[in-house]
Design a protein around this ligand. Structure first.
Ligand code: GCO
Length: 446
């Protein structure tokens, strides 16, 4: 063994409410945009949906036990806004509050630190009906929701992220329509970008006014963008792509400014104090990272974003190893991304909130020998270790994901879990990578 991590490094897994919980209208839960979107014919591969997902709502104890059996020290999960506030605002649904309260207690009893994400894409449909993120009121509603979370769980949970991957849900939700709510409307998109940023700032403020001990930040998916060739057009396209995918949330939140070329799009939505509210001090950055992005000059660069999600493989080079998502395996990009945050964003505390890979794992003789996933983890964790050695303040690693689950527009086909789930019976079976993770945790390295 030669790769050792710092003492007290957090080892965990990440999930998201819509992808695992199911129970889509149990115990008073309201409708979210993902309920609506998946129930619309033709939006999701094989018309699948998360109505049942992997039934974590009813099986959370079993799932926590699986984490505790290998001594995970952290678990990152998101709350469904519509369980807590079925209509997005107004009356609180006590049963929703209770569900997450029980989950948190179960985690704490098992020495697993809970990390909450407030918003992993499942906006209350009622709020969407009033314009969703294009409406400035939504930012205030988000802050109200955040304060309810801080009041109810802040005594037991101190790490809270406002959003998961705002670039993904705004671009895919409002530019190419590939994800909920499924629009292609650039004005809606620009307004949404600003209001999500604002909601982040207002959310931080609201939570801090309730509890000053919380550690707060945002989870961003960042990926170094590299041009496909030295053609100046490709180089220019890459800058643009980088702006949309990496900077329009990171820079306002962590630097207090919009990229110059984007400013004109949001100017009309900006009010005086907004940028100060948005850029108030974050306690950490949550980094989700899967691959780097190769960019070709393309006037439809934003619409082509879908390719980066894994539906097509337009920009991959030949002879590069790919995962089932058609994502390239490039651990150096992970190292570079972490170091960029260290060097250009003021050496922040970093939690690695997602990293992982999909493979077509199958059970053979009762075993799932996902050795490719183990190799992936070894490579990516070596990159993490190198970044720590080079001074990055990385405090923990959450693998995506605990167990196979509903992969958004791609339905149930792409398996990312350490634990295999039979989507018919919902039986959980640990893969070999789960046992690799067990040893990793035990040795604090590999
Ligand atoms: C995202 C999300 C996860 C995904 C994972 C694999 O990045 O899209 O945070 O919900 O399932 O990244 O695609």
């Amino acid at each position: 063994m030669n790769i050792l991590f710092p003492k007290n490094f957090l080892w965990g897994a990440a999930t998201a409410s819509y992808q695992i919980e199911g129970a889509f209208k149990s115990d008073g839960k309201g409708e979210s945009i993902w309920d609506r979107f998946t129930h619309t014919e033709g939006k999701i591969k094989n018309n699948e949906n998360g109505d049942i997902a992997v039934d974590h709502y009813n099986r959370y104890k079993e799932d926590v036990k699986l984490m505790s059996d290998i001594k995970m020290s952290a678990y990152r999960f998101s709350l469904a806004w519509t369980r807590i506030l079925p209509e997005g605002k107004g009356t609180i649904n006590q049963k929703g509050i209770d569900f997450y309260s029980q989950l948190i207690d179960e985690l704490l009893e098992n020495n697993i630190k809970p990390l909450i994400t407030l918003y992993h894409w499942d906006l209350p449909q009622k709020i969407q009906d009033n314009g969703g993120w294009s409406n400035r009121d939504t930012s205030n509603m988000f802050a109200e929701y955040a304060s309810i979370v801080a009041k109810n769980y802040g005594d037991r949970v101190n790490l809270i992220s406002t959003f998961n991957e705002p670039a993904v849900f705004t671009i895919h939700g409002l530019v190419d329509g590939y994800m909920a709510p499924g629009y292609a409307d650039l004005d809606h998109f620009s307004a949404a970008v600003h209001h999500v940023n604002l909601a982040h700032g207002l959310g931080l403020k609201a939570m801090r006014s309730i509890n000053n001990n919380l550690e707060l930040g945002c989870v961003l998916n960042l990926s170094p963008c590299i041009p496909c060739s030295d053609d100046p057009a490709d180089i220019k396209g890459t800058k643009l792509y980088d702006m949309y995918w990496n900077r329009i949330f990171l820079d306002p939140m962590y630097k207090g400014l919009y990229p110059n070329n984007f400013y004109k799009n949001v100017e009309r939505y900006l009010k005086d104090a907004d940028l100060n509210i948005i850029s108030q001090k974050n306690d950490y950055i949550g980094l989700n990272h899967y691959q780097h992005t190769r960019v070709k000059s393309d006037p439809d660069y934003l619409l082509k974003a879908r390719g980066a999600y894994g539906n097509e493989k337009p920009f991959n080079m030949e002879n590069v190893e790919l995962t089932l998502m058609n994502w390239e395996i490039v651990p150096e990009a992970y190292y570079n991304q972490i170091m960029e945050l260290k060097n250009k964003y003021d050496n922040p505390v970093i939690y690695l909130t997602e990293n992982g890979c999909a493979y077509p794992d199958i059970i053979e003789n009762g075993k799932i020998n996902d050795f490719k996933r183990i190799e992936f983890y070894k490579k990516y964790l070596s990159a993490v270790k190198k970044s720590i050695d080079d001074g990055a303040d990385v405090r923990g690693y959450m693998t995506w994901t605990l167990m196979d689950n509903f992969e958004w527009a791609l339905g149930f086909e792409k398996r990312f879990g350490l634990i295999h789930v039979d989507f018919e019976t919902l039986k959980r079976t640990p893969k070999e990578s789960y046992y690799f993770y067990e040893n990793l945790i035990k040795n604090n390295g590999f």
